[in-house]
Design a protein around this ligand. Structure first.
Ligand SMILES: NC(=O)c1ccc[n+]([C@@H]2O[C@H](COP(=O)([O-])OP(=O)(O)OC[C@H]3O[C@@H](n4cnc5c(N)ncnc54)[C@H](O)[C@@H]3O)[C@@H](O)[C@H]2O)c1
Length: 331
């Protein structure tokens, strides 16, 4: 961690909880305090601005690292997080800045504390921060495995753990909040992607973690869902340049990151009721419910199989079942 980052937050803490503004059609997140991780750029920035426009007070978190996770910036108005907070304030909204590392236990705890100290509570956590280090598995260095699994998977676990600790305490004190968590998975994690073994494993883990968190946190009033976005950001604009390009004729820019944010704001708002443990793919104007693993056809001998007798029944089982969706980049 950067030693210059002695004071991890900026802005003036709010005294107590201000009068709650009620949500409306135009401002569905009014009265809510929202943390968005990795909100200095790309999708996270779009989510933070959309929440602010929807009436939320936003903690803008971003470590300010390079595309591969290198570097990081000390706290200042010049950081990506500081710039997005300034954009929110310029449009009349309220924002606090955090430059904490979400995959560091103290950083994640401080991030949740930032919301409590600045805005008197926490209602929605959007886990979005992360980076890539793509390699074929045979060339993937252990460090690149560890770093990518750490930032996505541990970076989701730690923030959820600290936020849920707060929501559990609120619930036990008789102040159950209508809390929401929106995690960020990926098509790579749900279907697999060639050259992204570390990232795909981490994002599949995020999907599974979402199911567990939804089941565990429901009793504290928390709904937990995940999105698998596709949008033009620095993460995708080089690899998928043609697919991601904005149309020159001014028609709908399907790959703008802002297209994913309405779903994230909805999942993170009071109006989203009874939706938990779900994963949605979001691209342009299309929202797809991802069906996930479910038990398909089966064979059952009613006794232990011999390995040699399995070939034909197994082929029959596959024959009766739909083919899996292709792995991205395969074949
Ligand atoms: N862009 C896509 O099409 C796409 C597709 C699937 C999934 N995703 C996921 O969406 C999320 C956002 O990606 P993006 O495309 O906007 O990328 P991005 O690089 O534009 O933004 C990610 C941000 O996260 C920050 N960050 C990285 N590590 C951090 C840490 N430890 N703590 C705090 N902040 C940290 C970075 O500084 C960066 O600003 C990621 O989880 C990504 O895997 C994106």
């Amino acid at each position: 961690m950067d030693q210059q980052r002695a004071t991890p937050t900026e802005g003036t803490p709010t005294e107590g909880t201000p009068t709650q503004e009620a949500p409306t059609q135009d401002r569905p997140a009014a009265g809510r305090v929202v943390v968005v991780t990795g909100a200095g750029r790309g999708l996270g920035r779009a989510h933070a601005l959309a929440f602010a426009r929807a009436g939320a007070r936003v903690v803008v978190n971003d470590l300010g690292v390079a595309l591969d996770g290198a570097g990081g910036t000390a706290l200042s108005a010049e950081t990506p997080a500081g710039q997005v907070a300034a954009e929110i304030r310029a449009m009349g909204g309220e924002a606090a800045v955090s430059t904490d590392d979400v995959a560091d236990s103290q950083g994640a705890a401080r991030l949740v504390r930032t919301a409590l100290e600045h805005f008197g509570g926490l209602d929605t956590l959007v886990n979005n921060a992360g980076y890539l280090r793509d390699r074929m598995l045979v060339n993937l260095e252990e460090d690149d495995w560890d770093a990518v699994v750490r930032v996505h998977l541990k970076g989701h676990f730690l923030t959820m753990k600290h936020a849920a600790g707060y929501w559990r305490a609120e619930s036990k004190a008789g102040r159950t909040r209508r809390a929401r968590i929106v995690n960020t998975s990926s098509g790579a994690g749900l279907l697999g992607a060639v050259g992204q073994g570390n990232y795909a494993a981490a994002k599949a883990g995020v999907a599974a973690l979402t199911l567990v968190a939804a089941a565990e946190f429901g009793r504290y009033g928390v709904q937990v869902n995940a999105v698998a976005p596709a949008a033009r950001t620095r993460m995708t604009e080089r690899t998928f340049a043609a697919r991601m390009a904005a149309p020159a004729d001014g028609s709908f820019d399907a790959m703008a990151p802002e297209n994913v944010s309405p779903l994230v704001v909805h999942l993170g708002s009071d109006a989203c009721e009874g939706v938990t443990g779900r994963v949605f793919e979001a691209e342009g104007g299309r929202i797809t419910l991802m069906d996930g693993w479910r038990r398909g056809a089966h064979i059952d001998k009613g006794a232990r199989w011999e390995p040699a007798e399995l070939a034909a029944p197994l082929q029959g089982l596959l024959h009766r079942s739909p083919d899996p969706e292709p792995v991205y980049g395969a074949g």
